[in-house]
Design a protein around this ligand. Sequence first.
Ligand SMILES: Nc1ncnc2c1ncn2[C@@H]1O[C@H](COP(=O)(O)OP(=O)(O)O)[C@@H](O)[C@H]1O
Ligand SMILES: O=c1ccn([C@@H]2O[C@H](COP(=O)(O)OP(=O)(O)O)[C@@H](O)[C@H]2O)c(=O)[nH]1
Length: 238
Amino acid sequence: MTTPKYKRILLKLSGEALMGTDAYGINPKVIGEICGEIKAVADLGVEIGVVIGGGNIFRGMAGTATGMDRATADYMGMLATVMNAMALSDAMRQCGLNARVQSALNIEQVVEPYIRGKAIRYLEEGKVVIFGAGTGNPFFTTDTAAALRGSEIGAEIVLKATKVDGIYTADPKKDPAATRYDKISFNDAISQNLAVMDATAFALCRDQKLPINVFSIFKAGALKRVVCGEDEGTLVYC
Ligand SMILES: Nc1ncnc2c1ncn2[C@@H]1O[C@H](COP(=O)(O)OP(=O)(O)O)[C@@H](O)[C@H]1O
Ligand SMILES: O=c1ccn([C@@H]2O[C@H](COP(=O)(O)OP(=O)(O)O)[C@@H](O)[C@H]2O)c(=O)[nH]1
């Protein structure tokens, strides 16, 4: 059996990854495939916390473009992540994974509140814990929630599964000449304003000495390769 490099990970899943090629929302086939990728890692005995985004349903900044109050728009964005968390948990159940959702905003009739000790207990029991509602605060992102929950649960690495296959010298969607880093230090990533992740998330991980790996969610087997320490995506190190 392949030996994983990490015992406990925090996986940040982009909300937009759930859309597939659809214009918005959740594509059942895509979410099923993502669960298959996660199951392959869970089967290695790795403990998995997941922070899910909400960009496929609602983004706070998009709301403010129409004149909406930023905090109100951000709370709507956080609720969108709870919907994604519930959909992901159900898709995990369908593929044979045992998952629990915890929300940073209290909506007890719908999902459990975030309780750190309980989350750690679930992880020790081999359950996947999906953290919804980001940090529970407006003006933050789910990337920062991933850095925060990753630190809280004692994850060894934050894995950012996104639409690009790593961190580039510039946004590869805008600059075709951009080249990919195999690895980059936190200080360089922050000073170069690399927009693949927000500066708050980078800074929190740097201070906690929690490395990040950015890789493509659309590349089959990439998550497992990262977890097994193979050369995949971009590693951000202290
Ligand atoms: N230097 C860079 N390297 C890689 N991606 C970048 C860079 N700058 C900007 N990006 C963009 O950042 C996006 C990922 O950030 P974001 O949209 O917040 O992702 P997510 O929805 O996964 O949180 C990528 O799709 C890419 O287009
Ligand atoms: O701690 C948080 C996390 C998320 N959000 C809101 O939720 C939206 C969806 O999260 P994000 O954009 O990080 O999702 P992703 O890009 O991963 O799909 C954000 O735009 C914010 O409006 C927030 O206000 N606080």
